[in-house]
Design a protein around this ligand. Structure first.
Ligand code: FAD
Ligand code: EPU
Length: 338
């Protein structure tokens, strides 16, 4: 059923009071097809699929149709000596899915604990945290083509995953609705504690021989210590991507700014810490009305209550300009702007 003039405030983690002209929920693929057909007659100015709304900033009311994804279900579809293949409906909550897999003893996504949002958005920007990215465990996905309404199967190569990138953000932007994702998880864990903070947290927790549940708990503790809880303060996680620059540019920057954090990439480029760049420009803890820059993580922009999306966007613009002026580095927004 398509409803009119619905508030999106409870459906996105920045929490602004914004409205959509048209709104509907879908829990089956056939239901989704029927809604898309019904919508054609209403001539929406656009169709926006919403998962947990944790990577989106509404700068205005939405004049089109928002479709809330509620495709559920988790099932093991295959296995071999080393791996299980687990398919999850796109509307499943990501963190609950991670906890379920940990309970089953299926390893590989424990480092991605506590990332808000749904399974269906996990391939969109190839979610990543603490040394693991979705692409490391991705097997395949199914997506409905919006125009011809056919279900299409995508392999890892089809998705062209990169750092916070996939084909769904670029070449096929707005063309597909992801309906299910299949993950390839290990029966015998290979722990990834390469991210220094995880080792330190496990030590602090007094754990000498960690399992996947311990790694998950360590990641949860680290995340809680620095990232604001959207249930308390509106935010969408990192607002910008960490910029990647050529190695020579990093060397020149280091001469001028010796404390600059940088992580060498296999192709010779260097990933800079956007949080550090923003903090150096004096933005950390900045607040203008209810729009601000988080006091413990400068990469996270926040809505303290009544900030408008336009105000948060303007703050992001000011931050972007000052980082560009000081360092000659152009930040790119990670959050999807509407
Ligand atoms: P939404 O915000 O609902 O949607 C995001 C985009 O994907 C939109 O453009 C939407 O139209 C599209 N989309 C959503 N579902 C579908 C679908 N089924 N088919 C087609 N398009 C779809 N991200 C990380 O990578 N790593 C982190 O560590 C991380 N930490 C975070 C911490 C906090 C506190 C917050 C608030 C966010 C964080 N994020 C992080 C960002 C966010 O959680 C992820 O990007 C997440 O995958 C978004 O899921 P979602 O369901 O909320 O997507
Ligand atoms: N830093 C500062 N000041 C700050 C914030 C960070 O100097 O205010 C420095 C830190 O000291 C550290 C470096 O920046 O040396 C990196 O910081 P952190 O480990 O907090 O990670 P990040 O690069 O800021 C990225 C992801 C997060 C992910 C974490 C952990 C991006 C854009 N962000 O943050 O993802 O959870 O690493 O892996 O890649 C998200 O995408 O929404 C997100 C939260």
């Amino acid at each position: 059923m398509i409803q009119k003039n619905i508030s999106l405030q409870p459906l996105h983690t920045f929490g602004m009071e914004v409205y959509t002209r048209l709104f509907a929920r879908f829990g089956t693929v056939d239901g989704l097809r029927a809604l898309l057909e019904e919508a054609d007659a209403l001539l929406p100015s656009g169709v926006l699929v919403l998962g947990g709304g944790s990577n989106i900033l509404f700068t205005r009311n939405y004049d089109g149709l928002v479709l809330r994804n509620e495709l559920m279900g988790i099932a093991q579809t295959a296995e071999d000596d080393d791996f299980v293949y687990v398919k999850a409906g796109a509307g499943e909550n990501w963190h609950q899915f991670v906890l379920y897999c940990i309970q089953q003893g299926w390893a590989g996504i424990e480092n991605l604990s506590l990332i808000p949002g749904n399974v269906g958005a996990s391939p969109m920007q190839n979610i990543g945290a603490y040394g693991v990215e979705l692409k490391d465990v991705f097997a395949s996905l199914e997506a409905l083509h919006r125009a011809d309404k056919a279900l299409v199967h995508f392999t890892p190569d089809d998705c062209a995953f990169g750092y916070r990138e996939s084909v769904f953000k670029r070449k096929y932007k707005d063309e597909f609705i992801i309906t299910a994702v299949t993950y390839r998880l290990r029966k015998t864990p290979v722990l990834n504690t390469s991210y220094g903070a995880i080792e330190a947290e496990l030590q602090r927790m007094g754990i000498e021989q960690p399992g996947i549940a311990d790694v998950s708990n360590a990641v949860i503790n680290i995340r809680r210590s620095k990232l604001p809880d959207p249930a308390v303060v509106g935010n969408a996680g990192s607002f910008f991507k960490n910029p990647v620059v050529p190695g020579e540019q990093f060397e020149r920057l280091l001469e001028r700014f010796p404390g600059m954090a940088g992580y060498s990439q296999p192709d010779g480029t260097v990933k800079l810490a956007a949080g550090w760049l923003i903090e150096q420009c004096g933005w950390k803890g900045f607040r203008n009305g209810d729009a601000g820059c988080h006091e413990r993580q400068a990469l996270v922009l926040v809505n303290f209550g009544k900030a408008t999306g336009a105000a948060v966007y303007q703050l992001s613009e000011d931050i972007l300009n000052s980082v560009s002026d000081k360092f000659g580095v152009l930040l790119e927004r990670e959050v999807n702007i509407i």
